[in-house]
Design a protein around this ligand. Structure first.
Ligand SMILES: [Fe+2]
Length: 203
């Protein structure tokens, strides 16, 4: 059996393989490089990296929760795929923060540690049995709508970073990440159209 742990010639996720997943843009990941160390730029990236709201780490945890709690198989699988792409973003930002001269610790630019209390769980997370939670009560539409809002906020924040960061190599990575987030908005909107009442996608 070939696997990337025992066979060093196999590509791993860390190498950002050029073959795209079906839930990311066709733009290849640029090299994770910087023009020169700059800790001010690193500090700007912490909010996109691991703040408790609208960061890559927050998106990963939220999408895995939605993946596990939504019963529709196609929607659940799409969420898992998107969570994996967000992990690539997390890793890319970790690499940039390191090369800019800081540590990729999971806090925001004010050094507040990441916590998951701000996730858009939507559900009553304290109910454990179907009798308490309600059958088929997975809040698919509310979850996907929250996911769209998160992606749109992320795109806005990354565009603001492009106004503040002059390092062309860092900017290329941010532009790639924005292109992926735009694909995610498209996928989530298609899910709303397919699965939800028009009031969820015409507003
Ligand atoms: Fe992302």
């Amino acid at each position: 059996m070939i696997n990337c742990y025992e066979n060093k010639n196999e590509k791993t996720v860390n190498e950002h393989p050029s073959d795209s997943l079906c839930c990311e843009s066709s733009i290849p990941f640029p090299p994770i490089e910087v023009e020169r160390p700059n800790t001010s730029y690193a500090n700007l990236l912490y909010d996109a990296y691991a703040s408790s709201g609208n960061s890559e780490l927050q998106a990963i945890t939220q999408y895995i929760y939605h993946h596990e709690t939504i019963e529709n198989e196609r929607v659940s699988q799409a969420l898992m795929c998107i969570a994996i792409v967000e992990m690539k973003h997390l890793d890319a930002l970790a690499g940039l923060i390191t090369k800019l001269g800081c540590k990729p610790a999971f806090f925001n630019s004010n050094k507040s540690w990441f916590y998951t209390g701000e996730l858009a769980y939507i559900d009553n997370v304290n109910c454990c049995k179907n009798t308490e939670c309600g059958k088929n009560y997975d809040h698919l539409c509310q979850k996907i709508k929250a996911d769209i809002l998160g992606e749109k906020a992320a795109i806005k924040n990354y565009k603001a970073l492009l106004c503040q960061i002059g390092d062309m190599k860092v900017r290329k990575v941010i532009e790639k990440i924005i292109s992926d987030e735009e694909v995610h908005v498209y996928i989530f909107k298609r899910i709303l159209e397919d699965c939800c009442d028009p009031c969820y996608y015409t507003k």
